[in-house]
Design a protein around this ligand. Structure first.
Ligand code: NAD
Ligand code: MLT
Length: 311
């Protein structure tokens, strides 16, 4: 029997491929202290995480029989890949299962930002009636800069076209031909700075993208820019964003992901012009079911047929 431990909240029904297979035993233990996980991991053949559990070198080195680490989501940034490779452990993920969830969260954040919906809700529920304070802006005919035109950036661009926005896309792999097919304009980061009323970032966090949107960049953007990050904390430099919002250069921001989670910068989290959500981009019933299904089926495949689909 193969033992699988799940250490972040994940859809139980999505785990059916494992839980209904007599060759597997699944234990769900969330919110574990890293030291406790390093002890428990010795007994397991596979580990399933979302973004919360940090699968550190210490945890990986403590594992005696672990063969697979699965990230039920995009990327593998919370897993020490070097340590896993050293131990011959396969690392898999589910890159596409939460694309629509993250896309729709981005659109929800953009609309909330345009109309100050969270702030207006807070005002009304605290007993106030402040209609003048919350005059918003329209998305219609505004220019949206999409930085990172992969799975989520592309879906965001398609939906933003439905609001009749003009879309500028920046991605090193975006061709003129693909931009044309999507009905968007291929642009440089500087062109986006000059023209965009809204910017949304959808790149991975890499050494190249860390601080991609920083103080120097905000100095070049249009005054009154609104900016969204539902990708990864750190792509937008948090302190530079706070400074740009406080100076009025940036009219508002909507942030789902943080350099440290939970976030520590109260200038960001308690700023009346910055909307924040606690890393909810992938948190829909459908997405969690899809990512759990994807990694479960893949784990069954690895142990029973030796097959691997994603690396
Ligand atoms: P993807 O790999 O499909 O797309 C990423 C794109 O970024 C690629 O097209 C790549 O070419 C581009 N890119 C890389 N470096 C770049 C750079 N320097 N400048 C511009 N573009 C660059 O990934 P995806 O599935 O679309 O995910 C996008 C981001 O959203 C990732 O950071 C992912 O981790 C994050 N995400 C967050 C949530 C959430 O819960 N908030 C959920 C899902 C995904
Ligand atoms: C992802 O990148 O897939 C999400 O951030 C994962 C999650 O929310 O667990």
């Amino acid at each position: 029997m193969y033992k699988v431990i799940v250490t972040d909240p994940i859809s139980e029904s999505g785990l059916r491929a494992l839980t209904s297979n007599p060759e597997f035993k699944v234990d769900q233990k969330t919110g574990l202290d890293p030291v406790v996980l390093a002890e428990l991991i010795k007994d397991y053949d596979a580990l399933i995480v979302r973004s919360q559990t940090q699968v550190t070198r210490d945890i990986i080195m403590a594992a005696d029989r672990l063969r697979v680490i699965a990230r039920a989501g995009v990327g593998v940034d919370n897993i020490d890949i070097e340590a896993a490779t050293e131990k011959g452990i396969i690392v898999i993920n589910a890159p596409a299962g939460n694309t629509i969830a993250a896309t729709e969260h981005t659109l929800a954040m953009m609309l909330s930002l345009a109309r100050s919906i969270p702030q207006a809700y807070g005002s009304l529920t605290s007993g106030k009636w402040e209609r003048k304070l919350f005059k918003g802006v329209e998305l219609y005919q505004k220019t949206l800069g999409v930085v990172g035109m992969g799975r989520i950036g592309t879906e965001v661009a398609k939906r933003a076209k439905g609001f009749e926005m003009n879309i500028l896309g920046y991605d090193p792999f975006l061709t003129e031909d693909r931009a044309k097919k999507l009905g968007i304009i291929k642009a440089s980061l500087d062109e986006i700075a000059e023209q965009a009323d809204f910017i949304t970032v959808h790149t991975p966090l890499t050494p190249e993208t860390r601080g991609l949107i920083n103080a120097d960049y905000f100095a070049k953007t249009k005054k009154g820019l609104r900016i969204v990050n539902c990708a990864r904390g750190g792509i937008i430099d948090e302190q530079a964003l706070v400074d740009a919002v406080n100076s009025g250069q940036v009219a508002g921001a909507a942030i789902d992901v943080f350099e440290h989670e939970p976030p520590q910068n109260i200038g960001l989290t308690q700023n009346p012009r910055i909307i924040v959500t606690p890393h909810l981009g992938a948190s829909t019933t459908e997405a969690q079911e899809k990512v759990a299904e994807s990694v479960s089926e893949e784990i069954v495949g690895i142990f029973t047929a030796g097959s691997v689909q994603h690396a």
